[in-house]
Write a protein of this length. Structure first.
Lengths: 330, 330
């Protein structure tokens, strides 16, 4: 019995030579979501799609983090309540659970802490926590869902953001071509894409963009070697800490699905992935890449597009006679 | 062999006594969608959800006809490009294929003729047919889909609106409790709801709200017996024909899913279904209903909520370097 099983193990190891590789690679595969509380995820999904969390009744999380479009809005800066122009580019919510902190400047510790922000932000959804909770409490089916999940008759903003965060944690994008390659499928990447990955490592990109999300793990100065020119006034982490040394320090964004999250950088100034790669090499590494190298890295980056969220469009429960009316025009 | 089968037929007939009834009823069940060309429906679905059909890159058909919320936006009048206030209430797209014509004033002959309107309407999506076609043509996956379905390399607005219309035709809501009752399930409606339906017929509502969609089949004056007070300047069909006799003549809206399509009437002035019923009885029939009667009719109307659209959130193909950039702020 021993011999055959040892042989079988040997065969497995050699067939899956690459399967062992992730341990040695700076990037690891995205894991599929483990859904522990499906009812909570479903409630969070409804809330994510519900424009009644906004003052106007028309803006939902999905307006700026469109799950049909890679989890962002593909605008330089977002459109908020009353068509206000947002201050900064909307990051994708896909794989955001991997972020060490939330927001470009890390001012929210986690997804739950983050979710309260936009609801009450006057240039985003322009509601208030009280109003949002009142609206949800006026809707019988929401009252029932919250009661079932949180065992209380009282809907709280804490429960609202908890449910949204639980849904967001499911927004992972496994099985990209790159992950299949990491897991041993050598055919999953072309030679060009593999060359791009080697360059991504050897050039030093991987120093900042690493881990399963290929980013999201640290904060770094934008313009480390050469200043980054932008008209966007965002100060980065310095806006939170007040420290000069934190000026222009932003969260290193995930490069998962980066093919879908144009335009790039916190100011949304670059639409082409090749341009973003070129800028990065210059301002973060002081290096002028050749056109062919840029093409290879961009080709590699496009292999990071994983399986997009796949679920049924949620049906939202209707308002009741008690529901506060939306206020789109005042 | 004959006897048993005759008996079986007899049993079937008596068990389904109500199944024969629809022939005698002014309202018929909604039929489930027959999808003949799934690829076309899928393309139409993508287009329906694609905000790149708008100048700002942020407004899709689904913004104003939210399929999570009964196919409308639950606002008195919609929010269009640059937060412009729309002139009239957004009707549901659910079961719109049953409408004799499209729009409140019937100015579009069918769904296909309608779909070109909002794309180029400056207070809605504010794009143009040329720009929308150019944007789609710049997206490789769209080019491929159109080529597969329409056998041409040239995307046209005709094909765009054809695909959207084909998708919209699938937006039917069968199997409401009322339809189950029509089809023989006597338990599907309570006594109150059945009384409401009898009243809906005997009071005369059914003269205008009939057919499978419980409306959508004709145009009638709003304020037939008593003038309807509104500050909304819409002239109805008179705006199209210029005829005085068409003043305040609007399409009789479907009452399918009317529980979800608040606020009511072309001006979106009434939020409560009971109020809308009361107004209708007074201005269309010159009749003051008792509170109990209003409750019964409203209870019946709530049984018209059918199965809501059930499909996976579409994933949209990414833009390319050639795609015209959205213009949200100019
Ligand atoms: C009007 C546009 C808009 C709306 C609505 C909106 N967001 Fe955001 N979101 C943004 C922008 C812009 C940022 C970046 C802000 C910053 O970093 O200062 C952001 C950041 C985030 C982040 C952090 C991602 C990261 O990588 O740091 C998450 C998570 C998120 N939003 C989730 C949500 C949720 C949940 C909702 C609804 C409750 C929501 N957003 C509503 C525009 C929006
Ligand atoms: C020293 C840290 C660091 C290094 C090295 C680095 N990056 Fe970045 N990268 C960042 C930070 C920080 C941002 C966000 C900057 C901003 O938006 O202002 C970023 C943003 C990006 C973006 C835009 C992502 C988006 O969604 O907006 C791309 C693409 C990118 N990097 C690729 C690369 C490539 C390719 C390399 C190597 C050639 C590289 N980066 C090297 C820190 C780094
Ligand atoms: C900014 C809001 C808005 C957008 C965007 C919008 N619509 Fe509409 N839609 C309306 C309004 C308001 C009406 C009623 C206009 C009228 O009757 O004069 C309407 C009417 C309709 C109707 C007629 C329904 C009936 O019962 O007569 C259909 C069908 C429709 N829209 C489909 C679409 C499609 C398809 C798109 C995208 C290509 C779209 N709409 C985009 C607001 C919008
Ligand atoms: C003579 C024709 C006619 C009769 C009779 C009639 N309706 Fe209507 N109904 C209409 C028209 C036309 C509208 C749209 C008016 C508008 O929006 O300005 C409408 C609108 C409605 C609406 C609002 C639907 C929506 O989505 O906005 C409801 C509810 C309604 N009717 C119920 C009833 C009931 C209940 C009765 C009987 C008590 C009734 N109607 C009798 C023609 C009629
Ligand atoms: Ca972006
Ligand atoms: Ca309607
Ligand atoms: Ca309405
Ligand atoms: Mg929207």
């Amino acid at each position: 019995m021993h011999k055959p099983s040892l042989i079988a193990a040997g065969v497995l190891l050699s067939a899956n030579a690459w399967a062992a590789a992730p341990a040695n690679e700076p990037i690891q595969p995205i894991q599929p979501a483990k859904i522990e509380n499906p009812a909570k995820v479903e409630l969070g999904k409804q809330l994510f799609f519900d424009p009644r969390l906004s003052k106007s009744g028309s803006i939902s999380c999905n307006s700026c983090h469109n799950l049909s479009m890679g989890g962002s809005d593909n605008l330089p800066t977002s459109i908020g309540h009353n068509w206000q122009k947002g201050p900064i580019n909307s990051p994708t919510v896909l794989n955001a659970g991997y972020n060490v902190k939330q927001f470009w400047d890390g001012r929210a510790a986690d997804l739950k802490a983050q979710a309260g922000g936009p609801i009450a932000n006057p240039v985003e959804m322009a509601s208030s926590h009280q109003l949002a909770v009142d609206v949800l409490s006026s809707i019988p089916q929401y009252r029932e869902s919250f009661k079932q999940i949180y065992k209380t008759d009282q809907i709280t903003i804490d429960a609202v953001t908890d449910a949204i965060a639980e849904f967001e944690k499911t927004l992972v994008t496994p099985n990209s071509r790159f992950d299949r390659w990491l897991q041993g499928d050598e055919q999953a990447l072309t030679q060009t894409e593999q060359a791009g990955y080697q360059l991504f490592k050897s050039a030093g990109c991987v120093a900042c963009h690493n881990g399963p999300a290929v980013g999201g793990g640290m904060f770094m100065k934008m313009g480390l070697v050469q200043p980054y020119q932008t008209s966007n006034p965002a100060k980065g982490v310095a806006g939170v800490t007040g420290k000069d040394s934190d000026l222009n320090v932003f969260k290193v964004p995930t490069l998962r699905n980066v093919e879908l999250t144009y335009p790039y950088f916190h100011d949304g100034a670059y639409w082409k992935l090749e341009e973003a790669v070129d800028v990065m090499a210059r301002v973060q590494l002081g290096r002028q890449l050749q056109e062919q190298e840029i093409g290879q890295i961009a080709a590699f980056l496009r292999t990071l597009t994983g399986e997009q969220p796949s679920f049924k469009l949620p049906t939202l429960p209707p308002s009741s006679a008690q529901t506060a009316k939306p206020q789109p025009f005042n």
